[in-house]
Write a protein that binds this ligand. Sequence first.
Ligand code: C2E
Ligand code: CA
Ligand code: CA
Length: 554
Amino acid sequence: MMFQNDNYNISAKDVLTKLFEAFSYTSKDSYVFLCYLDEDLSRWSKSAIEFFDLPGEYMYKAGEIWAKHIHPDDLEAYQQSIYNIMHGISKYHSISYRARAKDGNYVLCTCRGTIITGYDNTPKYFAGTIKNHGIQSEIDSITNIKNLYSFFNETSNLSLKNYTFGLIGVNNFSDLNDIYGYTFGNKILKEFAQILIKNTSNYGTLYRMEGTKFALCSKNLSIKDFEQKFKELKEFCRKGFIVENMKINLYIGGSGLNVTTNDINPHTLYSCLKTSYYNSLHFKQGEFVIFNDTLGDEMYKSLERLNTIRDCVANDFEGFFLCYQPVIDAKNGQLKGVEALVRWKSDEYGLVPPNSFIPVLEKDSTFSELGNWILKTAMNEIKPLLVRHPDLLVNINLSYTQLEKSDFLENVYKIIKETGFPAKNLCLEITERCRLLDMDLLISSTEVLKSYGIKFALDDFGTGFSSLNVLKKVPVDIIKIDREFVKDIENSCPDQLIIDTVSHMCESLHLDLCVEGVENDHIADYLRRYPISSLQGYLYSRPIPIDEFIKKFN
Ligand code: C2E
Ligand code: CA
Ligand code: CA
């Protein structure tokens, strides 16, 4: 064992060593720390010392050393939390912050610690763990096989040409979870993984990817052989197998890809496999779909672009920015609100509109980070406008991935507090895809946020199936009607009837109605005959960056 500092007290060291060893465990992404408070002497896990380039396992004044690694924006909260625990104001230290690693990049860490008191009830030790979210475990905890981080790590070290990849997943798994519950669902998944291992271990490496998807990476199996194996497996699963005396039938889908170039990165490859896999599930009744790379360059290019965008989310939201479009009061033509719309731009791809990345990125669990960034940026950028427009409403679009996250409500609350943006000036838009969410979750989330004073708008009203059902159950304040219904309003009888009905319905329900897609004076004039609260569209302004918006509307 290496000691960095030779003058510490030996008995303190002995105690530390004994206690530390009782605590420590070997997970690569979690560290243990223990501080003997009398002497402010600490011991930290060796892996933390290496990852963050700290002076040594034993450190005097480790808190001060650590503070130098914490991101300046997070430092105050960290110091406050340490102060609270050292002064008995709180019992636990539990905080997330960014910490600078050896390579100079910041990683997100969650630190939890507590004070252990001595016989005389005075604080003796400060002990806890730090979870490094920048390092991922490479084994899936349910199936015990390699996970998707391992997939990306290992495949990025291979020259992929001539490898065959397969992706297999279960179509009816959410039904099984509903019927048997989550715990039993995990057992089914475990058994399914065993079946896959038995059938594929001679041919390559199996990984558990997101959800119920498993990937196989093989050097010696041709795509045709893989297809044959898949068919046998599909038949086997359809007939069913036994899990704890219960017969379980699985309906699986699958896709495959033979790599013909060394010029493909594993993320693009995985996107290709997923694209064909969803094709298999949704359009081919689970038949094996071979990714057709004769679809060629176009396909690869758009997938490459998506991967670049995805990397930018992780890279401090590089290239992302917001544009703002005014919402105009239909009665007096004054500025009433503003909708924040995200954009992404790079030298290589130019300006990319949200419709070409949001629907795909939304499927990633990391999207909620981008969602939080959008919330925070919009509130910070619009806040100065509230001086002259105290009732201005900023509309921010939500994705279902955000709403699904268990910490969503807490995050919104935190962002409001951090930015000092008044909750009453915030309106969250429930976009069309949010309606795929569990209705109870949608109702409870909106109710909690409404209790803070936040408003809700039902976006894209009239598109999709569930608008009326959501309207009935979710307590929204505003309905936004899609531009599809107004672009031809002067000539289209059905559209006139729809606007007439919806506007009167909103009036009766005391809901505001915002009509989108007002592109010219004719449409605006025509709409004046209905009880509509606000208008949005190119007639007033296209979405524009914040400085332009301030110049034009403040
Ligand atoms: P949306 O929420 O319905 O946003 C309105 C879209 O209509 C915007 O497109 C806007 O530029 C466009 N638009 C506004 N006025 C007119 C008009 O007069 N004529 C026409 N033809 N179009 C008009 P954009 O910015 O491309 O956004 C497309 C969609 O992407 C949005 O539809 C929204 O569903 C999604 N989106 C945009 N920003 C975000 C975001 O920050 N978060 C999430 N979750 N989704 C976003
Ligand atoms: Ca919207
Ligand atoms: Ca809309």
